[in-house]
Design a protein around this ligand. Sequence first.
Ligand SMILES: NC(=O)c1ccc[n+]([C@@H]2O[C@H](COP(=O)([O-])OP(=O)(O)OC[C@H]3O[C@@H](n4cnc5c(N)ncnc54)[C@H](O)[C@@H]3O)[C@@H](O)[C@H]2O)c1
Length: 357
Amino acid sequence: MTDTEPKDIGLAIVGCGTVGRIRAMLAKDYPGVKWLGLCDINEEVGQKLAEDSGADFFTGDFSTLLKRPEVTAAIIATDENFHVEPTLLAVEQGHDLFIEKPLATDAEESARILSAIESSDIDAVVGYTQRFRRRFIAVKEKVSTGQIGDVTAVVTRALMNRMAPMASIRRTNDRRHLTPMVVSGTHSLDICMWLMEGKTPVSVYARSSDKLLGKHGTKDATFGIFTMDDGTIWSMNISWALPVAWPGAVYGLEIGIIGTRGVIDIEDTHRDVVMASEIPQGAAVQPGGLRTRLSAPRRVHDQLPARRHVQWGALGPHARGDELVAREAAHGQEDPPRDRRRRPPQPDAYDGDGPVG
Ligand SMILES: NC(=O)c1ccc[n+]([C@@H]2O[C@H](COP(=O)([O-])OP(=O)(O)OC[C@H]3O[C@@H](n4cnc5c(N)ncnc54)[C@H](O)[C@@H]3O)[C@@H](O)[C@H]2O)c1
């Protein structure tokens, strides 16, 4: 067989939660995957996915799975703090790898994984899903072919609803490294470093705040200034403590890339999705996760004072609460069904909504 011929894949997925499920259901429909094995320490979650995806094998022990003779490739989709051991074992077994971000939550462990991968001949990627989105591929092409000249400065702003960190930290008491940069900012960091390929940071100055989430063992926001080896400056920040009224847990991302001959301004903020600017009384954030997340928009709406400014779907940016209520009354219902809150089909509808975590 030559290198260009497709290989039959025996796929092991370690971690059958939200993301492991997405990967397994895709793998089920991909003809190159001839064998699918799953592992989760939560037997109920894992068995349910095994059933839904028609997996060939399920175990609660990642070592048993990764040592199966059918396995040629592995996806590591465990919680952020539990990537290291299964990843190192997969490398040792010579399996090609897809590791969900971050590589590890501790810098030394990340370095250990990187070194193990580099000294093997496996093909390994980290799940930086932004790189596969059409808008970023288009920007990459423009920057790398010099269409805006030499890049001299980049500015990145990432905003996230605080439900994302609450979901991450509820899974563990070891929260030392579950910071906005490590867990979620890593997506923005990666996409910007990818767009600036060839430039290496030589210094970073960063500050964080923790007024809200400090009591839960994490931080609210981190702002940093990077200087690259060619003098390019890059200002990057992430805030993941936004009120629950901020729409969804997806990133609101903006990137400005300034070149000597042109500028690229990327708006990836999902402003056409529900937006509300204030946290309503009583919409408490608990480390409860999904239920809080799903019910938050309803609570925001239920308690919306008549004159609070909101943006919602087809209503303009200055629609008022009473207009919202009138619009709903015209549809004969109190609260719109979820699918009416989704943005209408867009030319780039297949571009995806970006990462959720
Ligand atoms: N690319 C993206 O856009 C994106 C989006 C969300 C999450 N993620 C990343 O994907 C990973 C998984 O996130 P999630 O939201 O699916 O989490 P999740 O909590 O829904 O799922 C994690 C699963 O791993 C299992 N698990 C934990 N330790 C294990 C072990 N030692 N062996 C076997 N199973 C184990 C848990 O029981 C759980 O079912 C995280 O690293 C997260 O940061 C990536």
